[in-house]
Design a protein around this ligand. Structure first.
Ligand SMILES: CSC[C@H]1O[C@H](OP(=O)(O)O)[C@H](O)[C@@H]1O
Ligand SMILES: Nc1ncnc2[nH]cnc12
Length: 288
């Protein structure tokens, strides 16, 4: 058992986390390059937090250009034990109205042009993604939202699209026919990389729009998203505050903490030295 240190990946509209004590922005570099921005460290109700604005302060980096490997590696290097993502999403179901939240439990990955693994030639690993999020952190996030009075659903499938353009109407209908709940451009490969980094990960999708499938509703535009982002982001901040206050004093180990023990297939004596050195920064327990 040990202490919690929660990484918060702030999505569109969430570029700062106020209320932190001993707050400090600091630069972190990783073997996979620089993260989207400096990390903001501090404590909230006695719990250590590390915040990273996913698109950088001022929203400078488009989804397809995010260095998700560096973002996850930076949070891991900063000592985070768990990561909570807060993401703006479009709704693919009537019941997920703008202003409501969905705690994601599954993903369909339609991204096409993003490095999606820390592993590669020289060290091969296959982690399980059957359950891509951490049930414990997801439950805490759901309960935090519920106790704040936010309309929130526990469980939903996130369709990760490449973007940066929004979907065509045919795509939007297709994703609905697949049973997807919400759509966004950043959930993957972030969630799969978190699992490779042995970081329990949860994602709260904050619904901003009905994408473009709904009759008599205007097709999504950034201006509509921005109009609701401010109130969503405020509710997202409150959820973080409530979640932190609800954490058990001691963090019980999670099975996700040791994911790589069952995933690396390459014989250790053949591990490629440069990749091993990079992976040692991500998982010293295994590669150090
Ligand atoms: C501003 S709407 C599109 C933008 O918002 C979402 O980003 P995030 O998940 O970081 O909140 C979506 O994935 C797009 O990147
Ligand atoms: N409709 C939508 N499609 C993709 N990403 C989004 N983020 C917020 N709304 C979105």
């Amino acid at each position: 058992m040990g202490a919690w240190k929660i990484g918060i990946m702030g999505g569109s509209g969430l570029y700062e986390l106020d209320g932190l004590q001993d707050r400090q922005w600091h630069r972190v570099d990783t073997p996979w390059g620089a993260p989207s921005d400096e990390l903001l460290s501090g404590t909230l109700h006695g719990v250590e937090l590390v915040f990273l604005p996913r698109h950088g302060r001022g929203h400078r980096i488009p989804p397809g250009d995010l260095n998700a490997r560096a973002n996850i590696a930076a949070l891991k290097a900063a000592g985070c034990t768990d990561v909570l993502s807060i993401s703006a999403v479009g709704s693919l179901k009537e019941e997920h109205a703008p202003g409501s939240f969905v705690v994601i439990d599954q993903y369909i990955d339609r991204t096409v042009a993003r490095p999606a693994s820390f592993f590669g030639p020289g060290i091969v690993a296959h982690v399980s993604l059957a359950d891509p999020v951490c049930p414990r952190l997801s439950e805490l996030a759901f309960e935090a939202g519920r106790s704040n009075g936010v309309p929130i659903v526990n469980g939903g499938t996130y369709l990760a699209m490449e973007g940066p353009q929004f979907s065509t109407r045919a795509e939007s209908h297709l994703y609905r026919s697949w049973g997807c709940d919400v759509i966004g451009m950043t959930g993957m490969p972030e969630a799969r990389l978190a699992r490779e980094a042995e970081l329990p990960y949860a994602c709260v999708g904050m619904v901003t729009d009905y994408d473009c499938w709904r009759e008599h509703t205007a097709d999504v535009q950034v201006t509509d998203v921005l109009a609701i982002l401010k109130s969503n982001a405020e509710a997202g901040r409150k959820l973080v505050d409530t979640l932190v206050r609800s954490l058990p004093a001691e963090r019980e180990p999670s099975p996700i903490d040791t994911t790589l023990d069952m995933a690396v297939i390459t014989a250790p004596d053949l591990w490629e030295p440069d990749l091993k050195a990079r992976l040692a920064t991500l998982c010293p327990r295994k590669f150090g």
